[in-house]
Ligand binder design. Structure first.
Ligand SMILES: Nc1ncnc2c1ncn2[C@@H]1O[C@H](COP(=O)(O)OP(=O)(O)OP(=O)(O)O)[C@@H](O)[C@H]1O
Length: 465
């Protein structure tokens, strides 16, 4: 084993040895031990006499897989991989082989341009390509790909923006249909978004023995319903699917509830104790999740207890963006001498600059990225995007560029409108904030983002540089 796993406590213990048959859902607040218990449960299911068997622990991002491998005992009956790896692996063993169409965005753009050129005046056509990509991802991810279900919108949606009118959905569906035509003409039947539905369909017709008896899903809130349904179809009748998730941390696409997964769940477990964040970091996260733009009726588990005290999060104001990055690099060097520090940004745009600033401070940083092949032990500095840090944790977290003009990301506001962009982007920021065990530093130059509580709040200490 790499890092020693803490022993389950209280309610966590029941979850590790939940029934090894059927579907279980475990929802928990940030830092409540979901990933840790997912690893414990996967080991239990891989090894338990009689009920144990080949087990798959599946999650979303590759850096988290590297981390999970670092905290797990290597065992021949346990595999840890991303969903896409599982799906490709399964499909590669089926015939005919699946070829993936990779030009989706360009094709959708062509469909959109053609409709615009036809003189349609619908305002929805003024939305950027990101909006249409997101909507098509939602349709395929939910398995809602026939005109009736999509246009009449029978599937409940959660969102803070204006719901799309039926006539606008007709237009989105028209674009989808035209995209399918282009894809077929190029000789393809599938793109990446279809993978889960193909696996699901294929498994429904597949009567051969299942490779895994048990599947454990970590960070389940970011899987589309079709992905979860395909995993549920990948286990035998005497097997189990355990879903761990936190909908406060859902950062890909439109928000949804675990109820849309169509699992057959008898009992739901909830973890409310936060073992990671200091009381001060947790209070900030809690205040963020209580802000009006965050609230939208998705199941949130309120944290009820914290283990440690620490300093209040610091809000630092510096002259401009470049100096924010410089200050982040300086603070990372100072803190990184005896602990793990992460400098996180919303987009990849500033990574190269940040890396060179860290190098000039004499720090050799680790990039949080799919190519991170080994989880480093001991002190060090990491950098990457909020989403690349999903599921991970660091002693200290530094977040430059927390300005109102950069958060929410302007392209999200253009695609989805202010209210929906704020709801989505506040989850991104919530993920970033809750990666910090003890120190949290937020940097800005102009007004602080409205996704955070007011800068005069007593949740912070304020510093002007
Ligand atoms: N029973 C426990 N005793 C002590 N520490 C624990 C216990 N359970 C979890 N922890 C610690 O709490 C921290 C958070 O755990 P973990 O990463 O599993 O939480 P999580 O719910 O997956 O968090 P997130 O959803 O925010 O990524 C880790 O450092 C883990 O070692």
């Amino acid at each position: 084993m790499g890092i020693a796993l803490p022993e389950p406590k209280g309610h966590q213990r029941d979850v590790v040895s939940l029934k090894a048959e059927g579907h279980c859902v475990v929802l928990g607040t940030a830092g409540s031990g979901k990933t840790t218990m997912a690893v414990h449960r996967a080991h239990y299911l891989a090894k338990a006499p009689e009920i144990g068997g080949q087990t798959l622990l599946v999650t979303f991002n590759k850096a988290l897989i590297t981390y999970l491998r670092g905290i797990s005992v290597v065992s021949p009956s346990l595999r840890i991989e991303t969903y896409h790896r599982f799906a490709r692996g399964y499909l590669n063993n089926r015939q005919p082989p699946v070829r993936i169409y990779k030009d989706k965005e360009q094709a959708v753009q062509r469909s959109l341009d053609a409709l615009r050129a036809n003189g349609s005046r619908r305002a929805v056509l003024d939305r950027p390509i990101e909006f249409f990509m997101d909507e098509l991802h939602w349709m395929v991810g939910h398995g809602v790909t026939d005109r009736g279900s999509y246009v009449e919108d029978v599937t409940p949606r959660i969102g803070r923006g204006q719901p799309l009118q039926q006539s606008d959905r007709e237009i989105v569906f028209e674009i989808y249909r035209d995209y399918l035509r282009q894809r077929a003409e190029a000789g393809y039947r599938y793109d990446w978004d279809d993978i889960a539905s193909i696996v699901l369909r294929s498994l429904k017709e597949d009567s051969t023995n299942r490779r895994y008896r048990h599947i454990v899903v970590d960070e389940g809130q970011d899987f589309t319903p079709e992905m979860i349904r395909s995993l549920a179809a990948a286990i035998p009748e005497n097997g189990s699917l355990t879903f761990f998730g936190d909908y406060a941390q859902q950062i890909y696409g439109s928000r949804m509830s675990w109820r849309s997964l169509r699992l057959t769940v008898r009992e739901i477990a909830r973890f409310a104790h936060n073992y990671r964040n200091s009381r001060q970091v947790a209070h900030l996260a809690q205040a963020m999740s209580a802000m009006p733009h965050f609230r939208d009726g998705v199941d949130l588990v309120e944290p009820t207890g914290f283990d440690a005290d620490g300093p209040k999060p610091t809000v630092v104001k510096v002259a401009d963006h470049d100096r924010q990055l410089g200050e982040a690099a300086r603070q990372a060097r100072a803190l990184g001498s005896d602990r793990q520090v992460a400098v996180l940004t919303r987009t990849r745009d500033h990574e190269a600059r940040l890396r060179s600033l860290l190098l000039s401070e004499g720090v050799s940083p680790w990039r949080l990225h799919r190519d991170l092949s080994r989880w480093p032990q001991g002190p060090g500095v990491f950098y990457g995007t909020y989403s690349s840090a999903k599921g991970l944790e660091f002693d200290s977290v530094i977040l430059p560029l927390c300005d109102r003009a950069t958060l929410p990301k302007p392209s999200e506001v253009l695609a989805h409108g202010q209210a929906e962009a704020a709801a989505r982007e506040s989850r991104q920021l919530y993920v970033a904030v809750t990666r910090a065990r003890t120190e949290l530093v937020l940097l800005h130059s102009s007004k602080l983002t409205t996704l955070l509580p007011d800068e005069m709040s007593d949740l912070y200490v304020r510093v002007d540089r």
